[in-house]
Design a protein around this ligand. Structure first.
Ligand SMILES: O=C(O)c1ccccc1N[C@@H]1O[C@H](COP(=O)(O)O)[C@@H](O)[C@H]1O
Length: 210
């Protein structure tokens, strides 16, 4: 099966088009003020309109109040909302009622217990996104999780892999984990928040060519 590719933290039409040309399936917009990739809801809504019809737009939110998250989703109209903070399974599940909106939940993976804890999102979300554990930011840190924890794991929900992926390591990450979707942000940048169009192309090529 073809590995799906999400390029996150985009802020410009050029970066969206570079991701599209390279064969990415998803592009993400981060609405989280502490992030170097933060865009306002107005900017996210404008960027969302630039996403080609064959791709999906992902709005990344972190630990927002449900009412504010609902307003953000209504404003931006993404295909997918990616919750990347302390959202509960119940809180995530509420947003699935906004179908066809897809709901993803990022989970930091530190050890085998993290994978057990992630099971609470089975049935509550459309996809579980495994990322490195939170540090000074909840994500976008360029840190990889221990892929061996996912090797042979019996997944009970659709899932994806994030955390420190770049053109040099993504093929090995897929080989070890069998990830059906890979997600990168800082791994395709020249500086925090600055996307490098060549690195986006190289990342997608590395996914396709292994
Ligand atoms: O990108 C950010 O700044 C960010 C901020 C807050 C939460 C998540 C964030 N990014 C997401 O984190 C993972 C891993 O990113 P990276 O490839 O290690 O930089 C990915 O889903 C990003 O979209």
């Amino acid at each position: 099966m073809t590995t799906r590719i999400k390029i996150c933290g985009l802020k410009s039409r050029e970066a969206i088009m570079a991701a599209a040309d390279a064969g990415a399936t998803h592009v993400g917009f981060v609405h989280y003020p502490p992030s170097p990739r933060h865009v306002s809801l107005e900017e996210a809504a404008a960027l969302r309109q630039m996403v080609p019809a064959h791709m999906k737009a992902v709005l990344l939110l972190v630990s927002m109040e449900a009412a504010d998250a609902a307003k953000a989703i209504a404003r931006v109209q993404p295909h997918v909302v990616q919750f990347h903070g302390a959202e509960s399974a119940q809180g995530c599940a509420m947003f699935r009622q906004l179908a066809p909106l897809e709901v993803w939940k990022a989970v930091g993976v530190k050890n085998p217990a993290s994978l057990e804890e992630a099971q609470r999102f089975v049935g509550a979300v459309d996809l579980i996104l495994y990322d490195a554990p939170a540090g000074s930011l909840p994500g976008g840190q360029g840190l990889a999780l221990d892929w061996s924890l996912l090797a042979g794991h019996q997944h009970r929900a659709p899932w994806g892999l994030a955390g420190g992926l770049n053109a040099d390591n993504v093929a090995e990450a897929i080989r070890q984990t069998g990830a059906p979707l890979v997600d990168t942000s800082s791994g395709v940048e020249s500086a925090p928040g600055v996307k490098d169009l060549n690195r986006i192309a190289e990342f997608c090529r590395a996914v396709r060519e292994g």
